[in-house]
Design a protein around this ligand. Structure first.
Ligand code: GLU
Length: 451
């Protein structure tokens, strides 16, 4: 990942990103992947790099960092840091989730906001890109502590968001409960019921059917499209889904509905291998209702399930792997193990879960590989459907909303394939996704003048 690996026309742009954003390794990684994919454009269509368009795209429109003080149940005071990076609004209001996790820092939020910009462009919906969050750790916190944190966070963030301005949603550590507390505080402060300021809301207060399921269902629909191109389907496939949060749970559900068997899931403590197939009802009960660890799943499931503390899920033989946990979770050794065990397809449910070295291993071995900005776009696409319903004061049923999601994933897949074909590397979903998304954002930015 050095500037010298890039087309000469593109090297100065990456060098400038390194210089302006020292120490932000995740952000560098996301930018490098995009710029590397632009090689065919750099030679043939230099109009896409003149007017410093690439430099402007790599610079967020606005970055907000703020203090979040709150009091825990014992009366102790805590200080966390809040972030919102409003990356690009050429295609629509800033749009992207909030992440609450102790690893959150500016580099992580910037890489996520950068990825979000191109992911959102690929959906074909009118949404720009942004991301936010905090280094707050929700693990083990009571509902009252979560509420006080969310209220304090929103007391600063409210002035930067709005239906036409910036529309946050969930991400790791932020689900329906947190969106409720955040939206409730926004409503109190502003004094109006602005449904379209948040997505991922509850179904009785402006939320959309399928939003909860959307990212996990979406990555599975995308993988199904990839298999279809090869004349295959999920039927009879043995599947790994890393993680056990919202994305993973609904990927497990959809894979099972399409005839595959998910044999393993994971959390930060280890891996559960369940040769009979993951019991979805039990997984939901443990993770969504009881908010417990996978060790509890294994204990309750008994016989067929085995928990390995600290193990790597990628050592388990499979046909399809869906990394649905977090960034850089699938490294080179994981990819080598997957390839050695005969994996056919890897599609990302998480954001940037595969390291650059691991991507190279998969691509060299001719494994079908889809980057998250294409394959996990179903979540934010369904957020855009939620915004449509809010704008028209309507709510759609589950079946028609799911059909819209499936069509959107098929269209995104089509855009990636078409761009990869057009620019001379058929089957390269990384290049296809990046070129299709970049040209869309760049065209809009050029049309809007020097912004
Ligand atoms: N956090 C999700 C993502 O990474 C969803 C964002 C949204 O719905 O705005 O795309």
């Amino acid at each position: 990942m050095s500037a010298s690996d890039l087309h000469p026309n593109l090297q100065p742009m990456f060098e400038e990103v390194l210089r302006r954003n020292p120490g932000e390794s995740e952000f560098h990684q996301a930018v490098f992947e995009l710029i590397h994919s632009l090689t065919p454009i750099a030679g043939k269509q230099p109009e896409y790099i003149k007017w410093s368009i690439l430099n402007r795209i790599c610079e967020p429109e606005r970055q907000i960092i703020f203090r979040v003080p709150w009091i825990d149940d014992s009366g102790a005071v805590h200080i966390n840091r809040g972030f919102r990076v409003q990356f690009n609004s050429a295609l629509g209001p800033f749009k992207g989730g909030l992440r609450f996790h102790p690893s959150v820092n500016l580099s992580i939020i910037k890489f996520l906001g950068f990825e979000q910009t191109f992911k959102n462009a690929l959906t074909g919906m009118p949404i720009g890109g942004g991301k936010g969050g905090s280094d707050f750790d929700p693990k083990g916190r009571s509902d009252a502590e979560i509420m006080r944190f969310c209220q304090s966070f929103m007391t600063e963030l409210y002035r930067h968001v709005g239906e036409y301005r910036d529309v946050p949603a969930g991400d790791i550590g932020v689900g329906g409960r947190e969106i409720g507390f955040l939206f409730g505080q926004y409503k109190r402060i502003t004094g109006h019921y602005e449904s379209g300021v948040f997505t991922g809301k509850g179904l009785t207060w402006g939320g959309s059917q399928v939003r909860t399921e959307a990212t996990g269902y979406g990555v599975t629909f995308f993988a199904e499209e990839m298999l279809r191109v090869k004349g295959e389907s999920f039927d009879g496939k043995r599947v790994l889904v890393s993680g056990s949060g919202n994305v993973a749970i609904y990927a497990v559900e959809k894979v099972a509905q399409l005839g595959g068997t998910v044999v393993a899931v994971s959390d930060s403590d280890g891996v559960v291998l369940d040769e009979k197939g993951i019991d979805l009802d039990l997984l939901k009960e443990v993770k969504e209702v009881r908010r417990e660890r996978l060790t509890e799943y294994a204990a309750a499931r008994g016989g067929s399930a085995r928990h390995t503390a600290g193990g790597s899920i990628w050592d388990i033989p499979c046909d399809v792997a869906l990394p649905c946990a977090t960034q850089n979770e699938l490294d080179e050794s994981g990819a080598i193990a997957l390839v050695a065990n005969g994996v056919r397809l890897v599609a990302e449910g998480a954001n940037m879960p595969t390291t650059p070295e691991a991507i190279r291993v998969l691509q060299d071995a001719k494994v079908l590989y889809a980057p998250g900005k294409a394959s996990n776009a179903g979540g934010v696409a369904t957020s855009a459907l939620e915004m449509q319903q809010n704008a028209s004061r309507d709510s759609w049923d589950f079946e028609s909303t799911e059909a819209r999601l499936q069509q959107i994933m098929s269209d995104i897949h089509g855009r990636c394939v078409e761009a990869a074909d057009e620019y001379g590397d058929p089957g390269n979903y990384v290049m296809g996704a990046n070129v299709a998304a970049y040209t869309k954002v760049a065209d809009a930015m050029v049309a809007l003048g020097l912004i």
